[in-house]
Design a protein around this ligand. Structure first.
Ligand code: LLP
Length: 415
């Protein structure tokens, strides 16, 4: 909900001036703090789909955080950031590829680099086993239930496409054996936006599954899904409590197997969401009946979460001029030629207002907690180039992705 303390109005104004708006701004110190919160886990694996900028990945690697990749592009990003395909659980440089299917090019890349695979389907095991016998694998299991901050982020249960159905564990193990694959561990990720009730259910499911599998796994992965306080009054997750539940599950499994078991966590949002803000400029204001509109130069092509999930992002205003600015209920909307291009909306696309100081052209608006699933979900809709990213680290700041140009978009069609 609150911005990183380094994001003073003066700094944000200077960055907007230097790099133009809209602009992503991240704070390295906040990311390091969030990593430190989770140090108690044996391994923290960053789900880079939340933010896959290679400079952020290098920052993660410098802190001993390993990485998850869900596409060929994400594998290439991890390699570019200095990660390797080390297959040992607990390796500090390792990549794991998590998916429910292989496209042909990705299977080639995985085999060529020897990247361990967290398989979400038996077909993946078959295709990998034929190409690369002995390859290291994890099994991503769908335990039969899920939970998410919206239906679109629930990744378990019988309406979800993710993971190997729990009752098919035996068939998955048979495929592993048939192809001589090396099983490292079991993985569960039931969705984003965890509550402790569901967590207990997942831990119990993991224990039951390992006992049923009858195979000596070396590791278990708790997946990701740790929430962050987007709204004022939201609780911050108690990471010690979170760890204690998984640690108890791990101990029970270890005592059942008679060997130590490695415990991984795979957060995306928790590590980066609060570090990031989207900086945008008010370019027009209008009133529609009772509603005041502030029209800004960022759209859902930049930050998609409000349009996609009705997600809430705190908004603060950096006024361009002094003077009285009475609070007024305001709709904040973008430049796209589409009615759903509104940052203040609820689930189902209901347009909402936010109490904001009366907006004027030239004001900067700051959308909070946008470091996760912001830049990484951006698109070129309406032929808008991807926007730049800046990383603030202590007193310094630097560009970590330049703005795309329209010429670059057109060049793709130069054929
Ligand atoms: N592991 C797996 C296998 C996942 O599928 C995901 C997220 C994560 C870890 C990380 O989840 P996190 O810790 O970030 O909640 N675009 C949505 C979130 C989609 C998440 C998809 N999978 C959003 O903006 O909320």
């Amino acid at each position: 909900m609150s911005l990183p303390t380094s994001f003073t109005p003066d700094l944000l104004r200077a960055l907007a001036q230097q790099h133009g708006t809209p602009l992503w701004v991240y704070d390295a110190h906040t990311i390091r703090q969030r990593i430190a919160d989770l140090q108690v886990f044996d391994t923290v694996r960053f789900a880079q789909k939340a933010n896959s900028n290679t400079h952020i990945l290098r920052l993660m690697r410098a802190q001993g955080v390993v990485v998850d990749a869900v596409s060929r592009g994400e594998i290439e990003r991890a390699l570019a950031a200095g990660y390797t395909a080390d297959q040992t659980p607990g390796a500090t440089s390792g990549i794991v590829f998590t998916a429910d299917l292989f496209d042909a090019a990705t299977l080639d890349t995985v085999v060529r680099h020897g990247v361990p695979v967290n398989a979400g389907s038996i077909d993946m095991l078959e295709q990998l086993g034929q190409r690369s016998p002995g390859h290291t694998v994890w099994l991503r299991i769908n335990p039969g239930f899920g939970h998410g901050h919206s239906n679109k982020t629930n990744t378990g249960g019988e309406h979800s496409k993710h993971g190997i159905w729990h009752a098919d564990l035996g068939a998955a193990l048979a495929a592993i054996q048939r192809h001589g694959l090396r099983l490292v561990g079991l993985h569960m990720h039931i969705g984003s936006g965890v509550d402790y009730g569901h967590l207990q259910q997942v831990c119990a499911a993991m224990v039951a599954l390992v006992k049923r599998a009858g195979v000596p796994v070396e590791a278990i992965s708790a997946g990701g899904g740790l929430s962050i306080p987007y709204r004022e009054g939201d609780d911050r997750i108690d990471t010690a409590h979170y760890f204690s539940l998984w640690d108890a599950a791990r101990r029970e499994i270890a005592s059942h197997l008679g060997r130590p078991v490695h415990l991984e966590l795979e957060p995306g949002r928790y590590l980066v969401a609060e570090s990031g803000a989207l900086l945008t400029e008010v370019r027009a204001t209008k009133a529609m009946g009772q509603n005041a509109f502030a029209l800004v130069d960022a759209g859902f092509s930049d930050l998609m979460r409000p349009s996609m999930y009705g997600a809430f992002h705190g908004i603060s205003v950096i006024p361009m001029s002094e003077g009285e600015r009475p609070l007024q209920p305001t709709v904040v909307a973008g430049p796209l030629c589409e009615s759903g291009d509104v940052f203040t909306q609820g689930e189902g696309g209901v347009v909402l207002t936010r109490e904001l100081p009366q907006a004027r052209v030239g004001d900067l608006l700051v959308l909070h907690d946008a470091g996760a699933y912001g830049a990484s979900m951006s698109s070129n809709y309406n032929s808008r180039p991807l926007i730049a990213e800046v990383l603030v680290d202590g007193e310094g700041h630097r560009l970590i992705r330049r703005r795309q140009t329209v010429a670059e978009l057109l060049a793709l069609e130069d054929c």
